[in-house]
Structures are given as C-alpha cells and as structure tokens.
Design a protein around this ligand. Structure first.
Ligand code: GLN
Ligand code: ZN
Length: 757
C-alpha cells in the first residue's frame, strides 16, 4: 500500500549545482551538454533520496531547468511571437532571460512564497501544440532507475489563471483551447505504463475563488478523467484551504485530492465531503515552507483527527506543498550551533520525518533506528519548548506590558513642528537609503567577517565610504542626506545579525527564480536588541554634514516577511517583539540628534494573505506593529517609510493608517496613474513618488524628470510632495547615480522656479 507522498522536491541541488551549471553555460564557458549532465545527476540523486526514505509516491516533472510554469508554456506550445524561430535550449532560456532581440517574459511571485515564476503570454489567435518530450523523458529516466513516479503537471485552470493575455482579454476564455491539449497529454501519458498517477497542481483554488473559475472545475476534471482509465488523477492544492473547489471536485471522477492542513486549517471542514465521496485524501502535514523539525507526536495527532472522518485506508501522508520552498539538507551546516541545529529540518530531513510520521500513524512496527529517531524527535521538541535561548522572560514581560502603542500627537501637530524645525521647501529632495555597493565595500565586509581585517580597519573603510557618499550628495545638491548603507549586505540580514533570537544558516539556500537563490535568516527565539544597531554609523554621517541626515531602519513587518519564522508563536507576536526592538532604535537615534528616521516596509504588501477573509487580521497587526515601532518618535522627529511598489489602490486606507509622516513609493514607470489614489482618498501625509526608475542603468535627463514632476503636480500639491528615486541605489554604479541625482536636483530647481518657490 502507498501511504507516503511528496508533492515535489527542490531541484537546485544541495550545493546549488544546477545554479553553477546554468551560470557557466550562460556565460559561454561550457556547453549545454554540461547542464544536461548536471541535471541528470541531480534528478537521479533526488529520486534516490526519496526512495531511500521510503517515500511511496515520488514525482517526476517537478524538475526544471528554470521554472515549471515556463515548462508548461513550452509543453503547450504557448510560445510568444517574438521568440519564434528559436529552438531547444535557445528558445527555452530566451523566453526566460530574453535575447538580444526579444525581451524576457515577465516574472512574478508564486502565491505568497519567495519563488518567482515566468508568466505565460497567451493570445486568442495563437495556435498551440503539445510537446511532451521533457515530461516523458523524465518519467522514463526515473523508471530506468527503478522508480515508478507520479507525473506532476500544472493544471489547466491554474495555468490560465496565472497567465496573461497580450490583448488584455480574459485568459479563462481560452479554456476551450487549452483543455484538449491536456486531454491529448493524458492520452500520451496513459501509454507510458499499465497504471500511472498524475498530480495536477491547482493552487489557484486556494485564492478567493471567482464563480467563473469554480464553474470550470467540473467540466475540466470530468473531461480529463474520461480520457483513459489507467491514469489516476490527484488534484493538488497548497498554501491555503481549497474548500470551495473540494466541494466540486468530490463530484468529479478524480482519484485523489491533496490538501494543505498546515496553512489551510479550514480544509478540516471538507473532510466529510471527501469521506462521503470515497476519494483518497493526500494530507499535507509535513511543513514544506519552513525549516523546523516537525513534532512527530503532534503531527500524528493531527492525522488521527483527520482519520476520525476519512478512513485510514483512504489516507496518504504528504508534505504540505513542494519542498522547493525549504532549503535542501542540513548536511552542510557545519557552523550552526548544535542546539539550534537540532531544532531544524530541511528538505532531505523532512523526508525521514514524513516516513516516520506515516509509520507511527499507520501503526507499523518501528525498527531500532526508527525508535531512536522518534525519541530524538521528542527530545528536540522538548528542548525547543523549554530552552532559555528561545524563551526570554524579559522580552515577553516587556511586550505584554507595553502601554505606549503609537505616537501621541496627530499628524497635523507633528508636521507643523517638523516644518518649523527642518524648514524644508516644497519638493524636498532625498534618496531611499543605499548608494552603490562597490567591490571594495563588499570585499571589506567579507574580510571583516572572515577576520582578515580587524574592526578598526573595517570601520575606517566604512567611514571613508560614508565621507565620500555624503560629499557626493552635497555636490549633487540633495537636501536630506543618507549615509549610503555600506555596512549592510541586506536590509533584513543586517538587523537580524544584531538581534537576539535570530539565526543564520550556512547553506540554507532556497530557489527564488531561475538560478537565483536566497538564504533567509531565521527567527528561532524571542527577539531583543542587545545594543544600538545603527546609531554609530548614522551619527558619524550626521557629523559630516550641516544638512539633515536621515536614519535608516527596516520595519518589523518586512523583517518578519523576509525571514523563516518560528512556528511556536503566532507571527503577529513575533512581529510585535521586533517592533519593540526597532522602537528602541528609533529612540536612540533621536536622542543622538537624528531628526528624520526612515523605517522601510519594502515587504509590507508581500505579507498579504492569499484569502481576503484573512486580510483584516493581517492589516490589524501589521499596522499595529509599524506604529509601535515608531511610537517612541517625538512629534518633531519626522518618520518616513518606503515601499517598493506603486499599486496602492487596495490598501491605501491601510497605508494611511500606518500614519508615517512621509512615504516614498515606486512610481516612475507608471507616470502619475498610480499616484491618483492618494488624491482620491484625500491622503494627508507627505509622499515621495519615485521620479526615475533605478532598475535600469539609464540616466534620466533633466527634461524628463521635469515632465515627471509636472505629472505628479497634476495629482498632489507641491507642499505634499518629496522628490526622490524609486528605490535604493545599491545595485547601480556611481557613474550612473551621480548624473542621475544631479539631473533630479536640477529638475527640482527648474520646477520650483516655475512655481515661484
Ligand atoms: N533603504 C533600502 C535601500 O535603499 C530600501 C531597499 C528596498 O526598498 N528594497 O536599499
Ligand atoms: Zn524600495
């Protein structure tokens, strides 16, 4: 009997082998055959890991050289016009990364993960054609290794839901055109073996589901199930509940339904419907999105709860989602503190947990090693529940006893005081924080970390950079200056490294897109700030200028959203602890004479829940904690925030409620369109809409910035506007930054003249 199931496995390789193979090939240093060789080694290894762990249902076609959505577009022959004429790997990587004649396809976030997929482009006049070579080859590859896999596919409804139409039409109108391709595909798959399982991923079902989409489910799965009777279809969803879709799926002939019981608690409500339908339930109970060791006993208890409704014979134990979203293996974590390491579990370790959970749940006899593993798991969980490194009484007391939750004075009172003190003109110029991260700066940080240079030398180098950065801003004529952030490798990591309760892995890479990986820090315990984190740098920078130096911090919600977060405390509680630490930093900065402090919330919008039913709760604590993080600011201390996007229509009231004195946003690419919402709702606080795009090396001319400022002035009065670039400048070169900022300042002078300022 099959009773263990993995939704999908990471592919980048435990030492990021695929990344390095791809990048060498793209750089022209190797042939494509090298990439294929690496890919084949990795697939073989990954299948073997799963087999060794005793997983019954292992996937094929979860591997990809770049992205599974891109693979699906290629599978269906959905090739945008501009790439026609290319073939094979040139076509594939051309679509992903662009060619000299054709821009790359768009990329966007995969649900609420940090993975990014390629957005397929569809047009009603296109003709599509099936090409299942990759998928078939992979199935055969595994088979040759003695493993009969289930075949993973992205489902037609999700494929359409996540694609875009180049004529701006509704992608779901193309359902009738796409479905026959899936039928033909299942037909082909059915010839591969006597009996095959196909996992069709439909994560689109976990978002707020529109009636139009809901109405497609029945025809879709009735049609696909009718193709052949030697294929069992599993419809897989993850990241949230899919209750509406499940209620329809139970009336179709699909064989199984995979649900996430960790991030979609509401799935418990449809257990009855599943039990009545007699379908197999693939129960996602092993966390595919986090790095914590599972609690075997608690997980078995969850399964027992499910088994009260769905009989054990109809239950398969699974990961909550693909393990793509978790790092690979703990094997290479040599530097992690052993106590902390003992609380962790990455992809490979999760396979063993899954297997053990299933054995316990199905009442199989444990051998000595398994018995020992179970005992070890209990010990590790006990240590996590009790360790003083996790549970800090002082932090808990402090957070529980907070009395000041926000600034006391109204915006009106504050801004009047601030203008009096700071005396800036309308259209005040500033930047978002970082300046170019040069090779020398990166080298210095690395050398200091490795102990190659001592602290004094390191500080000297950073201060020299700050000197240069301040002088440059003065030469450009900017009005509110920044120190340039040379000491920061990353806006979250920098703070994480200084906060107690934060951990860093050596090899905890997670694929972000293509060959790119990120290594998020992790919050394991109660958060506190042993000492000031930024004061020395900012006050040093302030000492170098007569102008106002803006202090630069990362906000609590962003710190949380870009980390792996402990699962033994609600996210909102963790966020609150971070907010208290930031609040202390704000206070220290203002006591040291800093008059403007920016608290970046670049990832505020990223944290939004997938389901609108959960949005009010998220907004409640996210706003609460931003306000708490700046609650120490005196009325005359000006609080800025920055967000890296421009679409505020849905969340403008929430942004307003955050009550920052000034917000800078990204608007350069959309003219003034996206700023209009601020005027429409009568937004009172000051706004710094980016006047040029920092993502490209292009230097904007004075004229075009003047035009951009005029556009902004059509929407908001000059008194309410600040002028700044879209985002930080750290990815740019000095040669680009200097003339761009000079032009920005010149443009402001021209417009001020026109306005008689
Ligand atoms: N202050 C940060 C910087 O300028 C903000 C980065 C961001 O918004 N992503 O780099
Ligand atoms: Zn930004």
């Amino acid at each position: 009997m099959s009773n263990t199931y993995v939704i999908g496995f990471p592919r980048i390789g435990e030492q990021r082998e695929l990344k390095f193979a791809l990048e060498a090939y793209w750089a022209g240093k190797t042939d494509f055959s090298e990439v294929e060789k690496t890919a084949s080694t990795l697939k073989t290894r990954h299948w073997q890991y799963q087999k060794d762990a005793g997983i019954d249902l292992i996937s094929s076609n979860d591997f990809s050289l770049y992205d599974n959505m891109l693979d699906t577009a290629v599978l269906l022959g959905a090739i945008p016009q501009r790439f026609r004429g290319l073939e094979g790997e040139a076509l594939y990587f051309g679509m992903a990364r662009g060619t000299k004649d054709a821009v790359a396809m768009e990329m966007t976030k995969w649900f609420n993960t940090n993975y990014h997929y390629i957005v397929p482009e569809l047009h009603p006049n296109d003709t599509y054609a099936l090409n299942a070579d990759k998928l078939i080859a992979e199935y055969k590859e595994a088979k040759a290794q003695g493993i009969t896999t289930k075949i993973n596919l992205i489902g037609p409804i999700t494929f359409l839901g996540l694609s875009k139409r180049t004529d701006r039409g509704d992608t779901y109108e193309l359902f009738g055109k796409i479905l026959p391709l899936y039928e033909a595909l299942l037909q082909q798959i059915s010839t591969l073996d006597d009996h095959i399982t196909v996992q069709i991923d439909e994560p689109i079902f976990v978002k707020d589901i529109e009636p139009k989409v809901l109405s497609l489910i029945k025809p879709c799965y009735e049609t696909l199930c009718a193709v052949t009777d030697n294929v069992d279809i599993v419809v897989a969803t993850y990241f949230e509940h899919a209750t509406e879709a499940v209620k329809v799926l139970v009336h179709t002939p699909v064989w199984g339904i995979a649900l996430d019981f960790l991030y979609g608690k509401k799935n418990f409500e449809v257990l009855d419907a599943i039990a009545n339908s007699g379908k197999t339930l693939i129960a996602g109970v092993i966390d595919g999105r986090n790095i914590w060791k599972c609690d075997i006993d608690a997980t078995v208890a969850q399964l027992e709860k499910i088994a009260k409704t769905v009989s054990k014979e109809k239950l398969i134990v699974s990961t909550s989602c693909s393990l793509l979203h978790t790092p690979f293996t703990l094997k290479y974590e040599e530097k992690l503190d052993s106590e902390i390491k003992n609380w962790l579990s990455y992809g490979v370790e999760k396979l063993d947990e899954l297997s053990l959970v299933a054995k316990c749940f199905f009442g199989e006899n444990l051998n000595a090693a398994e018995q020992a593993a179970l005992e070890a798991n209990r010990k590790a969980n006990h240590s996590r529940r009790t360790s003083a490194r996790i549970h800090d009484e002082a932090v808990q007391q402090r957070v529980a006893n907070i009395t000041k939750h926000q600034r006391d004075e109204t915006y009106k009172t504050r801004i009047a005081l601030q203008h009096e003190l700071l005396g800036y003109k309308p259209l005040a110029t500033t930047t978002i924080g970082s300046f170019p991260q040069t090779t020398e700066v990166r080298q210095a940080r690395r050398d200091f970390k490795k102990g190659v240079i001592d602290e004094a030398t390191y500080k000297e180098k950073m201060k020299a950079y700050i000197d240069e950065c301040v002088a440059c801003q003065e030469r450009c004529g900017l009005e509110v200056l920044v120190h340039g952030e040379p000491e920061r490798n990353d806006m979250v990591e920098y703070f994480g490294e200084q906060l107690k309760g934060y951990g860093f892995s050596q090899n905890g890479w997670v694929q972000s897109y293509g060959s790119r990986c990120v290594k998020p820090p992790f919050i394991y315990g109660d958060i506190s700030r042993p000492k000031p984190m930024t004061v020395e740098w900012i006050t040093y920078a302030q000492s170098k200028t007569e102008k106002v130096m803006k202090g630069m911090l990362t906000g609590p919600v962003t710190i949380l959203n870009w980390s792996f977060v402990r699962d033994d405390l609600p996210r909102s509680e963790v966020s609150r602890q971070i907010a208290v630490a930031i609040c202390d930093e704000v206070d220290d900065l203002q006591k040291a004479g800093i008059k403007i402090i920016q608290v970046d919330e670049a990832a505020f919008k990223e944290g939004y829940p997938l389901r609108s039913e959960n949005i009010p709760e998220y907004e409640r604590w996210a706003v609460r904690d931003f306000k708490l993080s700046v609650s120490s600011a005196l009325p005359q201390t000006q609080i800025h925030t920055h967000m890296c996007y421009s679409e505020f229509n849905d969340i403008i009231r929430t942004i307003e409620a955050m009550d920052a004195d000034v917000i800078s946003i990204e608007t350069a690419r959309s003219g003034n369109e996206l700023l209009k919402i601020f005027a429409e709702v009568g937004y009172k606080q000051e706004v710094g809409p980016g006047v040029y795009d920092i993502h490209s090396p292009r230097i904007p001319s004075v004229e075009e910035i003047v035009i951009q400022i005029h556009k902004l002035l059509e929407v908001l009065p000059k008194e309410q506007l600040w002028i700044n670039p879209d985002c930080g400048l750290k990815t740019r070169k000095w040669e680009e930054v200097i003339p761009s900022l000079e032009n920005m300042v010149k443009a402001v002078h021209i417009v001020r003249e026109e306005l008689g300022v």
